[in-house]
Design a protein around this ligand. Structure first.
Ligand SMILES: [Mg+2]
Length: 266
């Protein structure tokens, strides 16, 4: 697939928020490609900040960073937008949790599901946090999900229900997604959204691309659901996969056009 959408952006990027798996990383080779590209950017007069924005938990992302050559980020957004961490001073940005709270209660949702759904199994503790209640629930229909929705609403609670792979069930606060977390982070750091770029490969990345004014890069191995969701946005649909596609998209930025993607292909 080679599809070029939109025009080349004209801004200097201050913040790059990227998904990890399938976007900049699918093994040691892509980690190396992205790390080498990002290292080159550090020579710029105003190097951009890096935020990893992943469905993985914060702890899992930190483990991954310890075991790969991926560059150390400035920020980590983990657990599908439920945790925001400032890696520079090792601080969880807990003000974000006030935004998430609303009609959300992990404890109440957890006890309702345990009591009322017999064939459900909690995911391991490392997949959960105070704003992400995650379960295994096999082969459920839309009707089953709708009954769950009713159960939550009847208890006076609000939650997004995300069911994927006919197995994984996540309940999250209504405002929790990668895009809302990114918008909040950019505002809290006084970084204008029109100087933010994002990249991703799957449906749960779409909220990042829908943040107003951002420039987005969709890698060529992306799910159709992401490509459909970002139609009409300021997005580059890369002809290359994973880290190479990200570099292809970012080197359309005028200040980086000298960093040719060709120099990063293996
Ligand atoms: Mg991904």
């Amino acid at each position: 697939m080679v599809t070029i959408a939109g025009t080349a952006p004209t801004f200097s990027m201050l913040l790059f928020s990227t998904d990890i798996d399938g976007t900049i990383f699918d093994g040691p080779a892509t980690a190396e490609i992205f790390a080498s590209f990002w290292k080159n950017l550090q020579a710029l007069p105003e190097p951009p900040l890096l935020a990893y924005n992943s469905g993985r938990s914060l702890a899992d992302i930190q483990d991954l960073l310890g075991n790969t050559i991926l560059p150390g980020p400035d920020f980590i957004i983990g657990g599908v937008g439920t945790e925001i961490y400032d890696q520079r001073n090792s601080q969880l940005l807990t003000d974000w949790h006030e935004v998430l709270s609303g009609a959300w209660s992990f404890e109440k949702i957890d006890s309702i599901l345990r009591a009322q759904i017999p064939d459900i199994e909690a995911q391991p503790d490392e997949c959960q946090n105070a704003f992400k209640c995650s379960w295994f629930w096999h082969d459920k229909s839309n009707e089953d999900i709708e009954r769950l929705r009713q159960l939550i609403a009847t208890a006076g609670l609000e939650a997004q229900i995300v069911y994927s792979s006919d197995r994984d069930l996540d309940l999250l606060p209504l405002a929790a997604n990668k895009g809302n977390a990114l918008r909040w982070l950019a505002e809290s750091q006084e970084l204008p959204l029109d100087r933010v770029a994002v990249a991703g490969d799957s449906g749960n990345d779409s909220s990042m691309f829908l943040v107003e004014s951002v420039y987005g890069v969709v890698v060529s191995n992306a799910e159709t659901s992401l490509i459909e969701a970002v139609a009409g946005r300021n997005v580059h649909l890369a002809s290359q996969a994973c880290a190479r596609g990200v570099i292809e998209g970012l080197t359309r930025l005028p200040e980086w056009q000298h960093l040719s993607p060709d120099t990063h292909s293996a």
